[in-house]
Design a protein around this ligand. Structure first.
Ligand code: SF4
Length: 375
């Protein structure tokens, strides 16, 4: 399975915490970008085997539904879909219409991911968002009536001013809409964003690590009690609704990214397109190589990446699969890293593999990072 990711970077407005490649929507720039993107896709070598597709952003539904359908047709002509197809589109609930969702479904979309972030009005505003809970409910209803196979809701915790009680309100409101999948991300404050300046001015408003841990634990408790499987650090699914596209990332599978700032991983080479919109549009529309960075991951770095990704998942890392792919005995090779984590109760090891414990999931990024430090 290979993942195809397409970045649609325009948004109706810019959220103050956002560090993605994104720009405020302007009709002419959006159209020009789409033409450039078509150029990049049309000139790509056709993919062999099966593919998942993910339209992310940005806000993909700043584009008209027929533009999305046209884009998906171009992708499908180059990259054959999986036998059990998974085509996801991220949607801003404010811009969803029932008619558009029907067009997406007819164009092959099987999964929609709605950027809810919170159901609590003051938190939605703190995040700089303008939607409301009723618009989220309408978007879910539109997806169901269009026969969409999977509906996912994105939520954010560690929002300034958020409490355990208000976080529970969001989790329970999400569950009440009967989604198939929920992603719960801890807010990260990235340098250079308005949120970073705000945190510098008023650090006490931002939840500390202990509070963040409590919020995360609440998410796990509430979602698991509602029948969701916690299958990856930030992701919860009802049976049969794990995101195959993201599961391929975590399995260190190959993916190809189209669009500004998009990343690819093919044949052991990781590459990222420029985040400069003008440079991207100019190169893609003239059929030139897209500027960006690329590096070949080899040896310890490649193996370490695979460990880091596998430990994000509930099933963790399989020793047999690791040995087959990288030729290394995991426990011998990483003994100096594994033992302290195991002794601290953060990593669980049995005959078949290693996985994070519940406590380990709270500091997953720190633990995972230790596996890419070996020379
Ligand atoms: S909608 Fe998403 S991509 Fe757009 S500004 Fe907000 S967080 Fe960033």
């Amino acid at each position: 399975m290979t993942g195809v990711y397409v970045h649609l970077p325009f948004c109706p407005y810019i959220c103050p915490y956002c560090d993605f490649a994104k720009w405020p929507h302007k009709q002419s720039a959006a159209r020009q970008y789409l033409d450039a993107l078509h150029g990049e896709i049309d000139s790509a070598a056709p993919g062999a085997g099966e593919h998942t597709v993910f339209l992310g952003g940005g806000t993909p539904n700043t584009y008209a539904a027929d533009e999305i359908a046209d884009l998906l047709a171009r992708i499908a002509s180059k990259f054959p879909p999986a036998r059990s197809p998974e085509v996801t589109i991220e949607l801003n609930p404010e811009l969803v219409t029932a008619e558009a969702v029907k067009v997406y479904a007819a164009a092959g979309v099987t999964r929609i991911s709605i950027g809810v972030q919170s159901f609590v009005e003051p938190e939605i505003r703190t995040l700089g968002r303008r939607h409301n809970a009723a618009q989220v409910a309408s978007a879910v209803a539109a997806a169901r009536s269009a026969g969409m196979g999977s509906v996912s809701l994105d939520l954010i915790f560690a929002v300034p001013g958020q409490t355990i009680a208000s976080w529970r309100v969001s989790l329970e409101a999400a569950i009440a809409l009967a989604p198939d999948h929920v992603s719960a991300y801890g807010l990260t404050v990235e340098d250079g964003t308005p949120y970073a300046q705000w945190r510098d001015r008023e650090p006490a408003l931002f939840p500390d690590q202990d509070v963040e841990g409590d919020l995360y634990e609440t998410a796990i408790d509430v979602l698991e009690a509602a029948g969701f499987e916690h299958y990856e650090i930030s992701n919860f699914a009802r049976p049969g609704h794990r995101c195959a596209h993201n599961a391929n990332y975590w399995a260190n599978g190959e993916y190809i990214g189209f669009g500004v700032g998009a990343a690819s991983y093919r044949g052991g080479v990781r590459s990222t397109h420029t985040r400069d919109l003008e440079s991207y549009v100019s190169a893609a529309s003239q059929g030139r190589r897209i500027p960006g960075h690329s590096e070949r991951l080899e040896g310890a770095q490649r193996a370490g990446e695979a460990v880091m990704l596998a430990l994000r998942t509930a099933q963790g890392l399989s020793f047999a699969a690791f040995k087959e792919r990288y030729g290394l005995e995991f426990l011998d090779y990483y003994a100096s890293i594994v033992e302290p984590h195991r002794a601290a109760g953060l990593l669980e090891v049995d005959a078949a593999g290693a996985r994070l414990t519940r406590r380990g999931r709270f500091v997953a990024n720190d633990i995972c990072a230790t596996f890419i430090t070996l020379p």
